[in-house]
Design a protein around this ligand. Structure first.
Ligand code: ZN
Length: 239
């Protein structure tokens, strides 16, 4: 399979039709919830390769006055995209990652999201944080074709999480801020991930985001089954 490792890879995986959920279908005539297929959530697990988010100001410094991000590939979540632009991320002792994809749209704070393996090769001790929670995190230098930005903070290993809308929340019996568990069965390397933070938004489609280390650990590409459930083990979504 040909993939560009610098671009977010969306690996589509259907959840196993858990027996506990069968027959729990909503028979109302309202339109299907966002992202649902055949009357149920369509679970997708995506590997987020290393990437960065930039402010408008940093885009102009790195890519030139008046520059904006060029959408190159839409992400599964509506409105988000991988940009055509990449930056060089430079750590201490001049170690660097030459081509880190920029994701759009722009944000209020620039942030670099690395897998732990990336951060080790860069020589940056990146803490595991949820997006936007960057106080006290290490910085780095970003280099673009037009200029350089010294980030004082913002280098993190993104904590695993699951995006979902409120219909998905109801289906799984969880709410924003809850933790979930993702069980991935793969030949000889099954992994159950705890501590997936629920990030609920009315515009979101059900999608788990894990990093390349996590995706490789369970060989996501070879997964035979994937199950998402509330972390406390209780299923409040069926009678
Ligand atoms: Zn995400």
């Amino acid at each position: 399979m040909m993939t560009d490792p610098a671009v977010i890879e969306s690996l589509v995986r259907r959840a196993v039709k858990a027996a506990m959920h069968s027959g729990a279908g909503d028979t109302s005539s309202s339109p299907s919830p966002l992202g649902w297929v055949d009357g149920r959530p369509n679970l997708r697990v995506s590997i987020s390769a290393r990437h960065c988010h930039l402010t408008d100001e940093h885009v102009e410094i790195l890519f030139g006055k008046g520059a904006t991000l060029t959408p190159e590939k839409p992400l599964y979540q509506d409105g988000f995209f991988a940009a055509a632009q990449t930056v060089m991320v430079v750590g201490p002792r001049r170690r660097m990652l030459p081509s880190v994809r920029v994701l759009g749209p722009t944000r209020n704070h620039s942030q670099v999201e690395l897998a732990l393996t990336d951060s080790i090769s860069l020589g940056i001790d990146a803490p595991t944080r949820h997006s936007g929670d960057i106080e006290g995190t290490p910085g780095c230098v970003l280099v673009g074709p037009a200029g350089t930005v010294q980030l004082e903070k913002g280098v993190i290993r993104a904590a695993r999480h699951v995006h979902m809308n409120f219909d998905d929340c109801e289906y799984y019996g969880v709410k924003n801020g809850d933790m979930m568990q993702l069980a991935i069965k793969s030949p000889s390397c099954s992994v159950t991930f705890d501590d997936l933070l629920v990030r609920a938004d009315k515009a979101a489609k059900l999608e788990v985001h894990i990093d390349t280390d996590e995706g490789n650990a369970c060989h996501l590409d070879a997964a035979e089954s994937i199950e998402l459930k509330p972390q406390d083990g209780g299923c409040k979504c069926h009678g």
